[in-house]
Design a protein around this ligand. Sequence first.
Ligand code: APR
Length: 245
Amino acid sequence: MLSHQAPADTIREWLANAVSIAALTGAGISAESGIPTFRGPGGLWRTYRAEDLATPQAFARDPQLSWEWYNWRRGIIATAEPNAGHVALAELERRLSHFTLLTQNVDGLHDRAGSRRILKVHGDIWTLRCTVCTRAWRDARPSLPVLPPKCACGAMARPGVVWFGEGLPEDVWSAAVEAARAAQVLLVIGTSALVYPAAGLVQLAQSAGAKVVEINVAETPVSAMVDLSWRASATAALPQLIPPA
Ligand code: APR
């Protein structure tokens, strides 16, 4: 990278020379839509204990409490709008032939921004899954009238998200690994890169030869290893990556 070249110019060059491109997003991309992150200032895990709400054991112990928390989060997400960062990634997908979005976010804002090639490695808060017959269905009501919600089979439903200590959905995860391996450029946006196996996609892509770009307002454990770490917000940086029409 020529020292005087703006990060956006360098990244656009890398994108223009790449065939396969992937982006990995975390809670930081939704922060400017008013959705709290997990570990940043005002982050959910600063106020709540993950082990009380987001593990299979917590749900077994007190499904009502867990559901009240997920229902509260659904309410917040329902009032939020996709921001310029989400919109820019949807535009990159439209403009670039092989663009895959790998997200750790369960909020569905990428879908609402128009992204289509999305791999949700941590699931989706708008999906419910039966704890017995495992049927999964979509329920986009901002607030669920009855908690815990029930499946048509009568059994209790759980949120369609991945909890700590649970494996990621195999088909989605193997497609995410494939996309990271095949990428010539991996954009890493708004994630603390602390939660594995998702954070491992960064190293996996780089060792497969990708140029890795981090966009984050703060330093993370991968900042020193990526090819370009851009200290910027998602809404400020991502629109600059859209190739001129
Ligand atoms: N633009 C870019 N980056 C931002 C912005 C912003 N506007 N605001 C915050 N960030 C960065 C923070 O600096 C931090 O590095 O986003 C990151 C958010 O990190 P976390 O809160 O840890 O969220 P995430 O990395 O997505 O967490 C991973 O952990 O709790 C679990 O399952 C949950 O998917 C989640 C996973």
